[in-house]
Ligand binder design. Sequence first.
Ligand SMILES: *Cc1c(COP(=O)(O)O)cnc(C)c1O
Length: 365
Amino acid sequence: MKWNKAVLSLKPYQPGKSTDEVKRQYGLEKIVKLASNENPFGCSEQVKKSIQEFSNSFAIYPDGYATVLRSAVAKHTGVKETELIFGNGSDENIQIISRSLLGPGKNTVAATGTFSQYRHNATLEGAEVREVPHVDGDHDLDAMLAAIDENTAVVWVCTPNNPTGKYIPEQKLRSFLDQVPEDVLVVLDEAYSEYAVAEDYPRTNHWHNTYKNIIVLRTFSKAYGLASLRVGYGIACEEIIQRLEPSREPFNVNTLGQVAAVAALSDQEFLETCRAENRKGMEQYYQFCEQENVSYYPSQGNFIFLHFEQDADEIFQYLLKRGFIARSGKSFGFPTSLRVTVGSQEENAGMIEAIKGFLRAASEK
Ligand SMILES: *Cc1c(COP(=O)(O)O)cnc(C)c1O
């Protein structure tokens, strides 16, 4: 076969274990999965209703322009309908951006210790990936600026950052954007922005009016609780949206996803509740960390990054056997850290007890 060179260097995405798989393997009845930053409270009742009431034929292709969803997102964000692009999740928007701008002879700049799909897609397109070492879980924005040259096409910025939970305060982000050359696209991946509560967390809905070279990516997968339906959107100025559109599959966002996302947007009360519950859960983890002297990064997302003295895979396995699924930091380049999604208070209490069990066992060794 005449595979592309880039394809030969890549491995398929390793999904976390499914709850059924773990149940069977360890003979467990109950599993608490806090591994993929999914919303522990599911989604809005409005969403369930909208899907139950859906009566159009499944034989009909989705609306390729996502007309109703487009209008709802435009209203919600205050941007023009022509300043939006929709994807089969943010994952697809990352792919669309990469297909449109990256290729052999070009490079892209991202941080280490961030979402893996930037590197993956850039590599597939044959571009050079310049990974700038993070500083204690933060993007090193000055070093990222320094890594940009005339062949740089895209810079990836994730805030709040997955997996560290760190965010970039407004002034810092502005100062960074002020210095990026105008012909370099900056992607602001804000998959967790709905969870952010810091006063200086930037609200970027209108920043594309000032910075013509940015695109903001949001998703319905996390706070809105629609991960299985695959809907994400990007906000950018019209010129950028128009250039990206040809790389988008014509019917990329499925019909139920569109219907559900509209209903999800209409229930901001649900979102507010999830945001508040998430902060309560975060406090449970903060308290545990203070008590047990576990170091961690303060988080603006719906997950927390905990640092241990042991190999992260060892902790992961210990928890898994007891029915708690977390995510080892190893694949992110943090060999002794663990990413835990903030769940319901009961789930968090269970996870915390399990981690305490691990710490006790480790100290007795
Ligand atoms: C989960 C996640 C995504 C992907 O979201 P989908 O919309 O489900 O594809 C993108 N970026 C970051 C940082 C994420 O954590």
